[in-house]
Design a binder for this molecule. Structure first.
Ligand SMILES: NC(=O)c1ccc[n+]([C@@H]2O[C@H](COP(=O)([O-])OP(=O)(O)OC[C@H]3O[C@@H](n4cnc5c(N)ncnc54)[C@H](OP(=O)(O)O)[C@@H]3O)[C@@H](O)[C@H]2O)c1
Length: 279
C-alpha cells in the first residue's frame, strides 16, 4: 500500500489517511467489532487514528487504545478537548484523562473540538503547557471558519496551529471558498471529516458512473477525490471490516481530468461564501 503523507508546518510527515471513531463506544455489543475494525486498519497500514473525549463519552478512546495495544509507537493519535473543558487548566485536565483512556503518555495532535465560551488564548495556553510537558506533540482546532482561524492565528503563539479539522466532502464543498485556501496558504493541514457524508452520498449516480470506469466503489471515488488534494488528511470511520478494506482501496484510485470534471458538474464548487457546516 502506498500511504500518502502531508507535511506539518514543522516538517513532520503525517499520514494523509486515518481511521475515524465517532459513534464507537456507544453500544457495548458493538465494542468487539469496533476494536477489530480499527485493529485491521492498523494491520493494513493505517497508522492515524482520530478520536475525541466526546466520542462514546471517552469509550472510543479506550477502544482506540485496545486496538493500538503493542503498536503505539507506529501510530499518530489525534484527540480533541470539548469546548466547555477548554479553559487553560480544563484543557490540561481533559488531556490527562484522555491519556489515561488512551493508555499512552502522549497525544500526537490535540484539537479544540469546536469554538466555545473559553477565550482561545486560554486553550492555547493549555496546549502550550501540555506540549512543554511532552503530553501532546502538536495542537490544532476543529470546526473553525476563516474568521475563527484569523483570531486564533493572531494570538501570541497562534501560528503554531497544525491543523483544522472540518466537515468537507463532495456534497460539502463550501470550505473551498475561504477556509481551505486560507489554511493552505499558511501550510495548516485540513482534516476532512465525514468524508463520505456518513454514507448518505454513496447512492449518487455520478459516484457510481466515475467508479465504474475504474472498477471502484462510490466510497472509493469520494475518498480519492479528497486524497488528491494537497495538505488534506481524510479520516473515514468504519466499524465493519469490509468497509475498512473497501475504503483503503481509495489509495489506489487515481481520478482522471474527465472524472474530476464530471464530479464538478455533479457536485459544483461553491460560488460564494457559505457558513461552515458541522455535524
Ligand atoms: N471534528 C468534528 O467535529 C468531527 C465531526 C464528525 C466526524 N469527525 C471525525 O471524522 C470521522 C469520520 O466522520 P463520520 O464518522 O462522521 O462519517 P464518515 O466517515 O463519512 O462515515 C461513517 C459511516 O459510513 C459507514 N461507512 C464507512 N465506509 C463505508 C462504505 N465503504 N460503504 C458504506 N458505508 C460506509 C460507516 O459504517 P460502519 O461504521 O458500520 O462501517 C459509518 O456509518 C469520525 O468518525 C470522527 O473521527 C469529527
Amino acid at each position: 500500500m502506498n500511504m500518502p503523507h502531508i507535511t506539518l508546518p514543522d516538517g513532520e510527515k503525517v499520514p494523509a489517511y486515518g481511521q475515524g471513531t465517532w459513534h464507537m463506544g456507544e453500544s457495548r455489543g458493538k465494542r468487539a467489532d469496533e476494536v477489530a475494525a480499527l485493529k485491521l486498519g492498523i494491520e493494513l497500514g493505517i497508522t492515524l487514528i482520530d478520536t475525541a473525549e466526546m466520542y462514546g463519552s471517552g469509550i472510543a478512546e479506550e477502544i482506540a487504545a485496545e486496538a493500538a495495544h503493542g503498536r503505539r509507537d507506529e501510530l499518530f493519535i489525534v484527540s480533541k478537548v470539548l469546548p466547555y473543558n477548554a479553559s487553560r487548566n480544563g484543557t490540561i485536565e481533559a488531556c490527562e484523562r484522555s491519556l489515561k483512556r488512551l493508555k499512552t503518555d502522549r497525544i500526537d495532535l490535540y484539537l479544540l473540538h469546536w469554538t466555545g465560551s473559553h477565550p482561545f488564548a486560554e486553550t492555547l495556553a493549555g496546549f502550550e503547557q501540555l506540549k512543554q510537558q511532552g503530553k501532546i506533540r502538536h495542537h490544532g482546532v476543529s470546526n473553525f471558519d476563516r474568521g475563527d482561524m484569523e483570531k486564533w492565528y493572531a494570538l501570541a503563539g497562534g501560528k503554531t496551529v497544525a491543523s483544522n479539522q472540518i466537515l468537507y466532502n463532495l456534497t460539502r464543498r463550501g470550505p473551498e471558498w475561504e477556509v481551505i485556501p486560507w489554511c493552505r496558504e499558511r501550510n495548516i493541514s485540513i482534516m476532512a471529516y465525514s468524508p463520505i457524508e456518513q454514507g448518505r452520498m454513496l447512492g449518487h449516480k455520478a459516484l457510481a458512473e466515475v467508479g465504474a470506469r475504474h472498477g471502484a466503489t462510490p466510497a472509493q471515488v469520494a475518498l480519492a477525490w479528497l486524497l488528491r488534494q494537497d495538505g488534506m488528511i481524510v479520516i473515514p470511520k468504519a466499524s465493519r471490516q469490509e468497509h475498512v478494506r473497501e475504503n483503503l482501496g481509495a489509495l489506489d484510485l487515481k481520478l482522471t481530468a474527465a472524472d474530476l470534471a464530471d464530479l464538478d458538474r455533479a457536485f459544483p464548487a461553491p460560488k460564494g461564501r457559505t457558513s461552515l457546516g458541522m455535524l
